[in-house]
Design a protein around this ligand. Structure first.
Ligand code: RUB
Length: 314
């Protein structure tokens, strides 16, 4: 295997192993890895260059199968590049990729800023302490909470540890560093915590959104949504529209990533099957609102908003 590809495989492994985690971080890093890879292709001719780029895109997409923000980004860059192919010389391909990588990166960052501001407004500004609960680690949810903190809102966060990889600790660390009070519980205490603290609001992130408005997020998300339903706690999902998977509109089902069972149990006794689903679906009927860059609305409206906000990506 050529050296250029070897580095890409190392980069891809950083996503697969969860060293880089969370849909937005995955998308940002994957487009950067593609751009870095393109820079290493400078000696290839145009056809060879495109062949290698498509190979790299497939490798990156395969790292985490439930990540439309990454897939949409890589496809956006490649479709823009295809349009410029006729007038493009091989040595300038990396410049074109860099340009569209930056464009997609800016879309993600702009969306995040807007979501932080819109989402923070859902945390009431009252004297009595508000309890907000979240699950796993979502940079969008963290951005909302940091924004609310910067507005001096009086709230505390309850967060789950998120087995088997404990991404909840990342959330807890980030929030506590910003001076936000945090209580950390095991996943199976989620119902207990909602009742015990009389949680006012639950906000989780998303990895994928389907055309029916189903969201897919870390395993345990549906459980939390059901608890919210039972306890009458408003349940919100914070996500840029860029996590919409347009293929679901064509009838294709979103894939749920199954991860290595060793993450759950390194050496189980013989005869025990260990399963490790990374994500699960949350049906739109349990979601009070999707917090997006275009505002807060029912998750089933996503295809329309996506088309309106990102016509080039349809
Ligand atoms: C992370 C996870 C996050 C979403 C949203 O799962 O489920 O809630 O990816 O993240 P994993 P963000 O750790 O398996 O990647 O809001 O940062 O896009």
């Amino acid at each position: 295997m050529c050296l250029k590809m070897e580095q890409l495989l190392i980069d891809a492994e950083r996503i697969k192993s969860l060293e880089i985690q969370g849909a937005t971080n995955i998308a940002i890093n994957a487009i950067q890895f593609l751009s870095d890879f393109a820079k290493r292709l400078k000696s290839d001719n145009l056809e060879k260059c495109f062949e290698n780029l498509y190979k790299a895109v497939d490798i990156l997409i395969d790292t985490r199968p439930t990540e439309p923000a990454m897939k949409n980004g890589l496809k956006f860059i490649m479709s823009k590049l295809e349009k410029e192919k006729e007038s493009c010389y091989a040595e300038f391909i990396s410049d074109v990729i860099e340009k569209y990588k930056n464009q997609y990166y800016n879309m993600l960052q702009t969306a995040k800023k807007r979501i932080a501001i819109i989402g923070a407004r859902r945390i009431p500004d009252v004297d009595k302490k508000i309890y907000v609960m979240t699950h796993c680690h979502s940079s969008l949810v963290t951005a909302i909470l940091l924004e609310a903190k910067s507005q001096n809102k009086n709230f505390k966060v309850i967060n789950t540890e998120t087995q088997p990889r404990l991404q909840g600790r990342k959330t807890a660390n980030k929030l506590v560093d910003a001076g936000i009070e945090v209580t950390h519980v095991v996943d199976s205490a989620m119902r207990w915590a909602v009742r015990h603290f009389e949680v006012n609001l639950i906000i989780i992130g998303a990895d994928s959104i389907t055309s029916e408005g189903t969201i897919i997020n870390k395993i345990g998300s549906r459980l939390l949504a059901l608890v919210a339903h039972e306890e009458h706690v408003p349940f919100y999902v914070a996500s840029p529209l860029l996590k919409y998977n347009p293929e679901t509109n064509l009838g294709i089902l979103e894939t749920i990533e199954m991860r290595d069972p060793k993450e759950v149990w390194e050496k189980p006794p013989e005869g025990i099957e260990v399963l490790n689903p990374a994500f699960e679906t949350v049906s739109r009927r349990y979601i009070d609102g999707l917090i997006t860059e275009a505002g807060i609305f029912a998750s089933s409206h996503v295809p329309n908003y996506f088309e309106k906000w990102y016509p080039e990506m349809v």
